[in-house]
Design a protein around this ligand. Structure first.
Ligand code: UD1
Ligand code: CA
Length: 454
């Protein structure tokens, strides 16, 4: 079996510079969804027909297993498939898919390919309450398909047919090549219709069979942002349902967005408004509070994330307590039972077990031992405008509030830094280091007094 994906359309109604098939569903180009589904079927050849924004599409999705065909002018779906034919062999069948029908499922396509076998034409059709705009499936009295008639070419009686062409079909390759060569564009739209091959198949005595998708959303196409948004919701709901089925607690399955891969252990709980990007792993018992954004993050067992956290490129150990309003940036590794509180930003830092930074801090390029307490307002001054330098804080250190650690600097094991310290040299272990102007009281000082206007 070979696959061709039609992706030459402009998508004018998107009102966007991005070619239609690159518009995202769940953070990934629509075409990339169709490519993944295609690959799961293991086709011999995977040919994508591009036209409008073709260079952009190619650059975005280039892969060694894709052969590209160019349709410079969009003269119809039949013409589009014609452009793919030089890339395709005559053996087996050709499955025709669309870059703007992103939610089609592999299981549906497998059934369609099976139905086609080696010698039949298999059409994916669907019955719609409102079939307007679609090509209608015309059957004879025996129920056999005899033609597809486009809306614009349909008689009043044909317009009453509820069964429509989804566009997706599987056709024996050599027959397809012959039929495409015979296409004409003497129709209402002066286009080369792929759908005209059905009449030809019937004329040549080739059997035409139909299959229906399990769900209507599988065959929905996208022409504008409203339809894109609608499919995004359907797709997200499907992802949420899969998590529910697996035992994840979602406080509201309509209010979660997964733009990548979300892997959950047992008894994971996710509150409303969370966004997951890239690859996120939540281990057993992990809980994510409302309105968190997690991107490429690993969260350990029983870790609790309070609302409004933003984590990117971080690994969090078991039993952690994070947020609300915590920010973890790439290169952050937290061992078990680490607490990170509100308005704490951590970048490229490793924090060992049982350490806490509970309030208002910036920890960048730091190596922090275990049992460390970072006071409120602690800042690692890791950047001199040119170079990044590291701060090392050994085990059991206590850092008083409002401390600046001017890197490179090291705080020895068990050391205490007094509040307000600006540390510019290493602090020895097990001692109090403090840099703070001595407190002074002027008892005879007079506060200035405002003169009363008369
Ligand atoms: C087509 C079908 C119609 C079916 C409908 C389902 C034909 C003649 N009609 O209609 O029976 O009910 O899809 O949505 O096939 N494309 C190209 N190059 C072209 C023309 C189209 O790549 O020259 C691509 C489009 O980008 C789109 C797809 O093919 O992804 C369908 O094209 P569209 O113009 O939407 O087809 P319809 O006329 O709506
Ligand atoms: Ca259309």
């Amino acid at each position: 079996m070979q696959i061709t994906i039609l992706a030459a359309g402009q998508g004018k109604r998107m009102n966007s510079r991005l070619p239609k098939v690159l518009q995202p569903i769940a953070g990934q180009a629509m075409l990339s969804h169709v490519l993944s589904t295609s690959r799961s079927l293991g086709p011999r050849t995977l040919c994508v027909v591009v036209g409008h924004g073709g260079d952009q599409v190619r650059a975005a999705l280039a892969a060694p297993d894709i052969v590209w065909a160019e349709q410079a002018q969009q003269l119809g779906t039949g013409h589009a498939v014609q452009q793919a034919m030089p890339m395709l062999g005559d053996e087996g069948t050709v499955l025709v898919l669309y870059g703007d029908v992103p939610l089609i499922r592999a299981q549906t396509l497998r059934k369609l390919v099976e139905a086609a076998g080696s010698s039949r034409v298999a059409l994916l059709t669907v019955n719609l309450a409102d079939p307007s705009g679609y090509g209608r499936i015309v059957r004879n009295l025996n129920g056999q398909v005899v033609a597809i008639v486009e809306e614009k070419d349909a008689s009043a009686e044909q317009k009453g047919i509820g069964e429509v062409n989804t566009g997706i079909m599987c056709v024996p390759a050599s027959l397809l090549r012959g039929w495409l060569g015979r296409l004409q564009n003497n129709n209402a739209q002066a286009e080369y219709y792929l759908t005209d091959i059905i009449g030809m198949a019937v004329g040549d005595g080739v059997e035409v069979v139909t299959q229906q998708p399990a769900a209507e959303w599988e065959v929905l196409g996208v022409n504008n942002k409203a339809q894109l948004a609608e499919l995004e919701r359907i797709h997200q709901r499907n992802l949420a349902d899969a998590l529910l089925a697996q035992g994840v607690t979602l406080l509201d399955p309509a209010r979660i967005d997964i733009r990548g891969e979300l892997l959950c252990g047992r008894d994971v709980e996710i509150d409303v408004g969370c966004v997951f990007e890239g690859r996120v792993e939540l281990a057993d018992g992990a809980r994510v509070g409302a309105n968190c954004v997690l991107r490429n993050v690993k969260v350990g067992e029983n870790t609790r994330i309070a609302p409004f956290c933003h984590f990117d490129g971080a690994e969090i150990g078991a039993g952690g307590v994070l947020g609300p309003y915590a920010r973890l940036r790439p290169g952050t590794t937290l061992a078990e039972d680490v607490h990170v509180g509100n308005f704490v930003e951590i970048k490229n830092s490793q924090i060992a077990a049982h350490s806490k930074a509970n309030h208002l801090s910036y920890l960048g390029d730091a190596t922090i031992g275990s049992g460390v307490n970072i006071g409120a307002g602690t800042i690692t001054c890791n950047y001199d405008g040119v170079n990044k330098s590291r701060t090392v804080i050994e085990d059991d250190v206590f850092i008083g509030s409002d401390t600046q650690l001017v890197a490179p600097v090291r705080v020895g094991k068990g050391a205490t830094l007094g509040a307000g310290t600006t540390l510019t040299q290493d602090a020895p272990a097990n001692a109090l280091t403090i840099s703070r102007a001595r407190q002074l009281t002027l008892t005879d000082w007079q506060r200035p007094v405002k003169k009363k206007k008369d």
